[in-house]
Design a protein around this ligand. Structure first.
Ligand SMILES: [Zn+2]
Ligand SMILES: [Zn+2]
Length: 415
């Protein structure tokens, strides 16, 4: 580990009890996407006490940005997300959440089932240590606490205002707690998480009596053709060595067998590891749907509503090599290679707004991982993110999360 990182991390022992208390409080008091009001206030307060310039309600929601200027040098943006999920927590820890919230009009249980409480805790620890250890680094640290990662709108909502507050960054860094052994960090260069796009299409035809198809333009037959024809995008248009997924997760039309309905609805989920493939699939979808509507005849039309949209998370090769070398020194054989994940993240959207490189990594929190892997029982014995028992061990997870952030940040900020 570099002298800078060692010096900054020497303050960890003193703040560990406070971080553990903060973690338990956040875990017991989770808040849903775009409702992270109390969490955001706590994060802002932590930054303010540490000496950061703090901006609250950044963007369209509860975003918090802290800036700490410490002389000439690189500008490093560190991001943590804050939202929890509508999941009922399993009984496992004394600081279990029994919180409830309102999601899409319904009363739901709320749990930090994706570990964003660990993200906030580790980031608070890193921010405090950077502020206390200013002699050991130089440059500017920008801390971003982001809302609404789970619905991939939080980064998009913040990016313009973050850019106004901080016109230039040299690199962005972020991390996610993961079902691997505690104290382990996983990195890779290039694409590490998939892009995701959700598309809702309403197909409008002309309804009528089931006995008189000649007077209708049947949206059911049209939708069926669309579902079959779009299968050729992945099988015939995308190169075989590319990851590409187009799933029709919803197809709905009609009320009754003797009525030809006016319209049909189709919902698509689209994933890839490459922005060109992503753009190609989206274009092909629209081309095929429009062409099928034309084939069905007047007045068949399609109305498109793009929903969830987030780019490929693509670690910059040079920046990832720099973080990887630092993790080798700091974590030894507990720094391992990350296999690309089919899930998605909106972390990349803020650095993308700058055209700046970024590195996103995963760190572990589950003692049972390695034995389960050896037994071949990972699926049953280690919870995945979003599961009701996805509750990482409090330690050494907090310590490792703080250490990873400081070690990575000082690759740019270190003296
Ligand atoms: Zn999640
Ligand atoms: Zn998450």
């Amino acid at each position: 580990m570099t002298d800078s990182a060692t010096s900054i991390l020497s303050g960890l022992d003193a703040i560990r009890p406070e971080l553990e208390a903060l973690y338990q409080h956040l875990h017991a008091n989770p808040e849903l996407s775009n409702q992270e009001v109390k969490s955001a206030a706590l994060m802002a307060e932590g930054l303010r006490v540490a000496g950061f310039e703090v901006h609250e309600n950044v963007g369209d929601s509860t975003g918090v940005v802290g800036v700490l200027r410490n002389g000439e040098g690189p500008v490093v943006l560190l991001r943590a997300d804050m939202d929890a999920l509508p999941v009922e927590e399993a009984e496992k820890v004394p600081y279990r959440s029994t919180a409830r919230g309102t999601w899409e009009g319904r009363d739901v249980p709320v749990m930090h089932a994706c570990g964003h409480d660990h993200h906030m805790t580790a980031m608070t620890g890193a921010a405090r240590l950077l502020a206390a250890g200013k002699d050991a680094w130089q440059g500017t640290a920008v801390i971003v606490f982001q809302p609404a990662e789970e619905i991939v709108t939080g980064a998009a909502g913040m990016k313009d205002q973050v850019k106004q507050l901080v016109p230039h960054i040299d690199v962005a860094l972020g991390q996610h707690v993961w079902p691997t052994a505690p104290g382990r960090v996983l990195t890779a260069a290039g694409p590490i998480m998939a892009s995701v796009d959700g598309l809702h299409v309403r197909i409008t035809g002309r309804g009528g009596h089931g006995s008189q198809p000649q007077n209708t333009v049947d949206p059911v037959v049209l939708a069926a053709h669309i579902v079959v024809r779009v299968q050729t995008i992945v099988s015939r248009e995308v190169a075989p060595n590319q990851l590409a997924v187009i799933t029709v997760g919803r197809l709905s039309a009609g009320m009754k067998g003797n009525i030809i309905p006016d319209s049909a609805e189709i919902e698509f989920n689209i994933r890839s590891y490459d922005e060109e493939v992503r753009a190609q699939m989206k274009q092909s979808l629209v081309r095929i749907i429009d062409a099928e509507c034309a084939a069905a005849g007047e007045p068949a039309t399609a109305t498109y509503t793009w929903q969830t949209q987030s780019p490929v998370t693509h670690n910059d090769p040079d920046a990832a090599a720099r973080v990887g070398a630092a993790f080798d020194a700091a974590f030894g054989d507990q720094h391992q290679a990350l296999e690309p994940v089919a899930g998605s993240e909106d972390f990349g959207q803020i650095p993308d707004a700058y055209g700046a490189p970024y590195v996103f990594w995963f760190w572990g929190g589950f003692k049972e991982h390695d034995e389960a892997a050896a037994r071949g029982t990972l699926i049953t014995d280690v919870p995945s993110n979003h599961a009701p028992n996805f509750i990482p061990d409090m330690q050494p997870t907090i310590d490792a999360g703080v250490k990873a952030l400081v070690v990575a940040a000082t690759q740019w900020l270190g003296r």
